[in-house]
Structures are given as C-alpha cells and as structure tokens.
Design a protein around this ligand. Structure first.
Ligand code: MN3
Length: 205
C-alpha cells in the first residue's frame, strides 16, 4: 500500500460470508464506506506531500508526527482504510470456528480457555458504547489482551499488536441486525479466519 492509496479488493465475494454477514452490507461497507476513507486519506495526503512516502501504519502509530492541518483527517480516514483492510483479511467463509496451534496455547494460558476468551471478547464488543472496534492484541508485555478503541483509533498507538478485530460501527451490521449488536457478534464468530489470525500472531509476537 502506498500513496495514492487504492481501494483494496475484498478477498472474497460480497455474499461469501452469508448468512452471518449479508451481501448488501458487505457491498456498501467495502465499496462505499472504505472507498470514502481511501479517497479522503488521499485528499489529506495531497495537502502534506512529506507524509506521502511514509507507510500508513507508521503514520497512524505515531500521530504526533502528522501536522495539525491534516492530523484528524489522516487518523480517521487512514485508520478507516487500514482497519477495514485488516477486518476483511481476518474473515472468511467456512471458518473452522476455533484457533489452533501456538495461538490456541497462548489463548488458553492468558484467558483460561477459548470459551472464556470468546465470552470476554463478545462482552467487550457488546458493551462498547458508540462506534469503534474490539481487538485481540499482543500487549506490550507480550500477553494476549482484549481491548476496544473508539472511532478509527489503532491499538498500535498504545504499543499493542493487533491480530483480530471486529467492526462495531452500525454500518457493519445495521441492515441485517438493526439494534441487535450482540446477535451480530455471535454470528461473526462463524466467519473468523483463524489461520490468518494465527499467522499474524506468529509474525508479530
Ligand atoms: Mn466499518
């Protein structure tokens, strides 16, 4: 990814995550919402040429280096682009439903077992107020942690390395689930791409 940023293609078709996430939601979410973030990110960077060659994640990790006249636009729209790209990658049709390997071992060690982790993550996501994201991330001390961030804020700002993420913005579920966020969260577990999450864990820990 580099400036000018392009909308990355979805790694599967709009209807691939049905019935858990419906095709219409996926189409609008990717083709309209993420596209708008990409366009507005490019617009902001056009006003700050020195920032154009810097990898997006590096800018977002350390927003203090972004000049004030484009900072909010880059955090919101750059964050929107970066997180959505990760969000698509950690989902897939026909999920195995559970992690395995080293990640499974780490989840068992840090949370007790997979079901305790899942319950904790779901609860955090359900109770988070407003628009944001719930993450499974490697904390600065190296253990796994469930955290939530508002708007398009990245956990990397606080030294966390994210390996799993769930979109809590209403545009992610409203067409199918309306106000029933807990139902969306429960359904989403059926489309988590655990091999991709395990790969991120191995690379980032
Ligand atoms: Mn979204």
């Amino acid at each position: 990814m580099a400036y000018p940023y392009l909308l990355p293609p979805l790694p599967y078709s709009y209807d691939a995550l049905e019935p858990h996430i419906d095709a219409w939601t996926m189409e609008i979410h990717h083709d309209k919402h993420q596209l708008a973030y990409v366009d507005k990110l490019n617009d902001a960077l056009s006003k700050w040429p020195e920032g154009q060659p810097v990898p997006l994640e590096d800018l977002l990790k350390d927003p203090g280096r972004i000049p004030e006249h484009v900072r909010t636009a880059i955090i919101n729209n750059g964050g929107g682009n970066w997180i959505h790209t990760m969000f698509w990658e950690i989902m897939k049709p026909d999920s195995s439903g559970e992690p395995s390997g080293e990640l499974r071992t780490a989840i068992n060690e840090d949370f007790g077992d997979f079901n305790i982790f899942k319950e904790r993550f779901s609860k955090d996501a359900a109770l988070f107020f407003g628009s944001g994201w719930t993450w499974l991330a490697i904390s600065p001390s190296g253990t796994l942690a469930v955290i939530s961030t508002p708007n398009h804020n990245l956990p990397q700002v606080d030294g966390f390395r994210p390996i799993l993420v769930l979109d809590l913005w209403e545009h992610a579920y409203y067409l199918k689930y309306q106000n029933r966020r807990p139902e969306y969260i429960e359904a989403w577990w059926n489309v988590v791409n655990w091999p991709a999450v395990e790969e991120r864990y191995k690379t980032m820990r």
